[in-house]
Design a protein around this ligand. Structure first.
Ligand code: DGP
Ligand code: NA
Ligand code: NA
Length: 217
């Protein structure tokens, strides 16, 4: 009997949407009901490339916008073999941010790289089976203690990140076909309610049939 490939789920959203806590809870829940699932995150700061990204976000070093964009992308590419091996072994992946953060955060930069240029380094990465956008209002962002001290944690920049995500999701939904549509979940409400909606969507997707091979990029 062949092992059913694991499901590749990506969670995206602006900062303070509660993504990381929701991802952790979701992974615990899925494992507790017998769906073997691994948590991944990008940027994964625990690699040589990730350490440079961490220094950049912490304002320890300065880098050209194009160079840092490629580092974020390279950080995803260096984990491509791990993603493919994990899925092939039948283990699901819940991933806290992915290529869509890469595009939205760079495209949001004033006078930064062009939107279409931003998309190119991500082409060919393993494609998620399910993409979930956790939306959060500026009011809820503010009520969660405001932003931290890292480079992108500024209200006006986050507004532009939201616009870039919206553009990206519109483009992908128009493309249709092989691009699975986005599921948007509003994360302004109570943590447990958001978690329930997430778990329901992900369990339904785990139970769906999917291609045996690795998800195409
Ligand atoms: P996090 O560890 O999820 O809080 O992400 C750190 C910050 O980096 C956050 O502001 C989002 C941003 N970010 C995540 N992925 C990318 C990416 O690929 N490119 C850029 N430019 N920023 C990213
Ligand atoms: Na952050
Ligand atoms: Na996070």
């Amino acid at each position: 009997m062949t092992t059913k490939r694991g499901l590749f789920v990506v969670l995206e959203g602006m900062d303070r949407a509660g993504k990381s806590s929701q991802c952790r809870r979701l992974v615990d829940h899925l494992n507790s009901i017998g769906h073997r699932t691994e948590l991944m995150r990008f940027p994964e700061r625990d690699s040589a490339i990730g350490s440079l990204i961490g220094q950049y976000l912490g304002r320890k070093i300065e880098l050209d916008d194009h160079a840092v964009h490629l580092l974020f992308s390279a950080n995803r590419w260096e984990f491509r073999p791990h993603i493919l091996d994990t899925l092939a072994s039948g283990v699901n992946i819940v991933c806290d941010r992915y290529a869509y953060s890469g595009i939205a955060f760079t495209a949001a930069k004033a006078d930064g790289p062009d939107f279409h240029w931003c998309c190119q380094p991500e082409v060919g990465l393993p494609a998620p089976d399910l993409k979930i956008f956790l939306s959060v209002s500026p009011e809820a962002q503010a009520s969660r203690g405001g932003f931290g001290a890292e480079r992108y944690e500024v209200a006006d920049f986050q507004r532009r990140v939201g616009e870039a995500y919206a553009r990206l999701m519109r483009l992908e939904d128009q493309a249709g076909g092989s691009c699975p549509a986005w599921l948007t979940i509003n994360a302004d409400g109570a943590f447990d309610e958001v978690q329930q909606q997430l778990a329901k969507a992900v369990v339904a997707a785990i139970d769906c049939p999917r291609s045996a091979g690795p998800p195409a990029g």
